[in-house]
Structure formats: C-alpha cells, structure tokens
Design a protein around this ligand. Structure first.
Ligand SMILES: NC(=O)c1ccc[n+]([C@@H]2O[C@H](COP(=O)([O-])OP(=O)(O)OC[C@H]3O[C@@H](n4cnc5c(N)ncnc54)[C@H](O)[C@@H]3O)[C@@H](O)[C@H]2O)c1
Length: 453
C-alpha cells in the first residue's frame, strides 16, 4: 500500500505509546469555553479545500496553518483563504511527516484531517498527543489496533476525535431518525445501509482531472486515484462502511444502549475495475494486467446486542446509480430509500402498498434542519457538510462531547478490517470489539439532541 513504510515507522516511534498508559478521567471533555478556535488543516486536496472554504464562513474560526505534500493543493487553498479575506496561513509541505511539525509547533486548538485513509490514524494520534482536538475524514482508521489507539489516546489526552461522517446529517435520514425516536416504526428489527457508488472514474483518471479521462492511478493519477485505487488492489472487504453505518448507528443507538456484536462478510468476484481499464485503455495498457483483490460487491451482516441485524453493502466498481441503500424496518413499518417509499401499519393509505416518503419526510423534518435550513443550503452534499462541521466546531467552543465521538469513529471504522478478516476466513463470524468498555450500557443517545439542536 502507498506510503506504508513511513506510516509504520511513525506509528512505532510515537503513536501507540499512549495506549498502555490509558486513564479515564472524570472530567472527560469538561466545559471549557473558548472564543476563537485556531484550526489547522492536514490534507488540502478536494475535500480539504471544500472544508477550508466552509470553515471561513465562521468568524470564530482562524486557520493559521495548513499542511499538504502537494504544492498545487497548497496554492489552491491559499487562494480560497485569500478570497475569503483571511490571512495567509503558515505552510507545512515538506514531505509526508511535516504534519508532525505543524501539530507540535503551531498553537492550534484543533485539526481537520482530509488526507488519504492510511494517514488518518497517525495524524489523529499525533494531533491528540500534542493537545489538539481532531476532526477526521472517514474512515478514521484501517486496523483494529488503530481503532483502539484512537480511543485510548482520546481518553488519555481528553481530546475529541470526531469522525466527520456527514451522512448522519442527511435530511431524509434525520427525518427518519426523528420518526424512529417517536416510535413510529415500532421496535426496530433491521437496518440496511451501504456505499453503492460507481467510482470507476474516481479510481481512474488521466492524471490532470479528478474524474475520468483515462485509466491511470497511483503516481500517474490525480486526487483520489493517487491512493484510493491501491486499496482495491491490496484489500478484499468493505472499504468504505461509514456512510451507510453512521446513520444506522444513530437509528439503532449503537454505543448508547446498544452495540454491534459480530459480523460476517462475503465478496463477489472482482471484475469491474479490470473491465474499465480494458474498455477505456485497451488490452495493451500496463494497468490491464493489474489484479484487483477487492470483490466488486461486498455484503456484510452485523448482529446487534438488542437483537437487530444490519446489512451493509459496498459496491463501487460497476455501472449503477448512486444509492446508500438505506432501509429501516420495525414492528410497525418500513422505510426503503431506493423506492422513496414508506409503509406504516394503520397510517399508510392502503394495506400492503408503499406510500411515497415525501409527505412523511416533510412532516417529520428534524428540528435541526428546520432551524438551520438556510445556512445549510449550498454548503455541500445537500447541506450535510454544514451540520457536521458545525457539530465539530460547537463541541470545541462549548467543551461538549461531539455528537459523533471517538467510540463511534472506532466502531464504524473497524468494520473494514473485520470484514476483510471475515472474508479471509471464508465468511466466518468475527467479533466486534466494545470500544466503550461497557459504557454503552449507560450512555444515552446524544446525536441530534440538545445541545446540538
Ligand atoms: N465525507 C465525504 O463526503 C467525503 C468526500 C470526499 C472525500 N472524503 C474523504 O476525505 C479524504 C480526502 O479525500 P480527497 O477527495 O480530498 O482526496 P485528495 O486526494 O483530493 O486529497 C488528499 C490530499 O492529502 C494530501 N496528502 C497525502 N499525504 C499527505 C501527508 N502525508 N501529509 C499531508 N498531506 C498529504 C494529498 O497531497 C492530497 O492533496 C479521504 O479520506 C476521503 O475518503 C470524504
């Protein structure tokens, strides 16, 4: 995998040192109001630049430093900051580990991490070790041990490690959560979610544009094709579980009254990426010989403590419309997103027939969306990015626990390595760790509730 050696070396020397010395102070994330928040950005590619842009809309956010190994990305980010009337930040672009200098030398309150997946964990650990709150892009870590490191380091340092899972804030998903909390679906039995997105033009491009135009990746690719494609060569599992699992975790109160116990995964044969290279680059293109390990469709089934089952799907290598595959089913009814449909016993117009979801989503629009609709519109991904950034900023400003916290970061992200393990073991059942160490029994749901609303 790209950059493995440097990352390993770094982890050995600094990151996991804290795990053994774990303590759980009573004052975890205690109230500590601050006026101006100094936030650094690590990784200012396409996602990082967008989040920098959104951050400039908050007068209380200062961005004194940014870090990216690619000078062209740094330059674009400086333009964004200047365009927003912000001062030029200090730049850390001197190689893969210059982020260490940034988190050590700058007087920051927080960092936003939007780098390739393999860097999220070492960057989050180094930031927390240096006293900074972390907002990390998804997934937060790639191995079981790395997930534990995040939990242990967050507990030891009293620093947030929020996974910036924006889909939790999708308007329809929050309306359904609102209905679930009102008991309209009865007792929840089963949920589905996933990442079903044709990413072939993201995994391959011509090295000049982010989407398509060629079949290059790695050193010759641009943006995500530089690093994301390699994961499909090296790994067979659900590589991107959090967009589906984030909303489902809130609906099922995962880590707050419920938890995921074990999973099994299966993957299909791998065909789509090779076919794409052949179709668009021809059989003589060097990439036509590459063997992709990741099965095109990976299906993971999860069992929860309170009885429910979850099915997650990962499906990114073949032609298909975008869908996060949401379904929520309980003893009184069912919502199924792909059909934009809902059925609630005694409420739906006709027995055994779907209703359109539209009037329900409108009627049960979540209070957060009602309140901030105007600010959220135009802020990216249908407004979700506004809410996830606001939640991170507020948790720092008011010293409150982020609504999607380090335990969620770990339990959502750990699905990837565990699904890889299950597939390796012939779809054996694999236990999911309890990252809360039993606190899930007493923890109460906080997402989408006061003080967030
Ligand atoms: N939540 C969402 O909706 C959403 C959307 C897009 C991307 N993402 C996530 O955001 C992250 C970034 O994605 P992207 O699309 O911006 O990718 P990208 O390739 O455009 O950007 C990544 C940036 O990280 C930089 N980088 C790589 N190694 C570095 C290092 N050691 N130090 C500093 N900078 C380094 C690269 O130069 C690049 O500019 C990924 O984890 C991705 O999954 C999330």
């Amino acid at each position: 995998m790209l950059k493995k050696i440097n990352r390993r070396k770094f982890i050995k020397t600094s990151a996991t040192a804290g795990a053994a010395a774990m303590i759980t102070p009573k004052t975890l994330f205690s109230s500590n109001k601050i006026k101006k928040i100094k936030m650094g950005f690590i990784g200012t590619g396409l996602r990082g630049q967008w989040m920098v842009h959104l951050s400039t809309k908050y007068p209380e956010i200062a961005i004194p430093a940014i870090c990216d190994v690619d000078q062209s990305m740094v330059d674009s980010t400086i333009k964004i900051l200047k365009g927003a009337g912000r001062p030029e930040p200090r730049i850390y672009s001197n190689g893969d580990e210059d982020f260490l200098n940034m988190v050590k030398n700058e007087e920051l309150d927080a960092v936003y991490i939007a780098t390739p997946w393999e860097w999220h964990h070492p960057m989050a650990i180094a930031s927390m070790e240096n006293g900074l709150h972390v907002g990390t892009e998804v997934p937060a870590a790639l191995t079981v041990q790395d997930c534990w490191d995040l939990v242990n380091t967050s507990e030891k340092t009293n620093k947030h490690c929020m996974i910036m899972e924006n889909v939790c804030y999708r308007r329809d998903v929050m309306a359904i959560l609102n209905m679930v909390r009102r008991g309209m679906f009865g007792e929840i039995l089963h949920c589905q979610g996933g990442y079903q997105h044709d990413l072939r033009h993201v995994k391959f491009n011509n090295g000049k544009q982010p989407y398509g135009g060629g079949v290059e990746f790695g050193e010759k690719g641009f943006s995500e094709s530089r690093w994301r494609t390699q994961h499909s060569i090296d790994r067979d599992g659900d590589l991107y579980p959090t967009h589906g699992l984030g909303p489902v975790s809130n609906i099922l109160d995962i880590n707050r009254g419920n938890r995921m116990l074990f999973l099994t995964s299966m993957s299909t044969q791998s065909r789509g990426l090779n076919k794409y290279v052949l179709d668009h680059g021809g059989k003589n293109h060097p990439n036509a010989k590459i063997k992709f390990k990741c099965g095109d469709i990976v299906t993971t089934t999860i069992k929860c403590h309170n009885g429910q089952t979850i099915v997650l799907s990962h499906d990114t290598n073949n032609p298909r419309p975008y869908s996060l595959n949401f379904r929520v089913q309980g003893t009184k009814g069912i919502w199924q997103k792909d059909n934009r449909s809902i059925y609630l016993e005694g409420i739906s117009k006709e027995e055994h027939r779907w209703d359109s979801e539209d009037s329900y989503l409108k009627k049960y629009d979540h209070p957060l969306w009602k309140k901030f609709e105007n600010q959220a519109s135009g802020s990216g991904h249908g407004g979700m990015d506004f809410f996830v950034l606001r939640a991170f900023i507020n948790s720092i400003k008011y010293g409150t626990r982020p609504p999607i916290d380090v335990y969620d970061a770990a339990s959502m992200s750990v699905i990837s390595p565990l699904s890889e393990k299950s597939i390796r073991l012939g779809s054996s059942s694999v236990n999911i760790p309890d990252f809360t160490r039993g606190k899930w029994k007493k923890n109460k749901p906080i997402f989408g509730k006061w003080p967030e609303v």
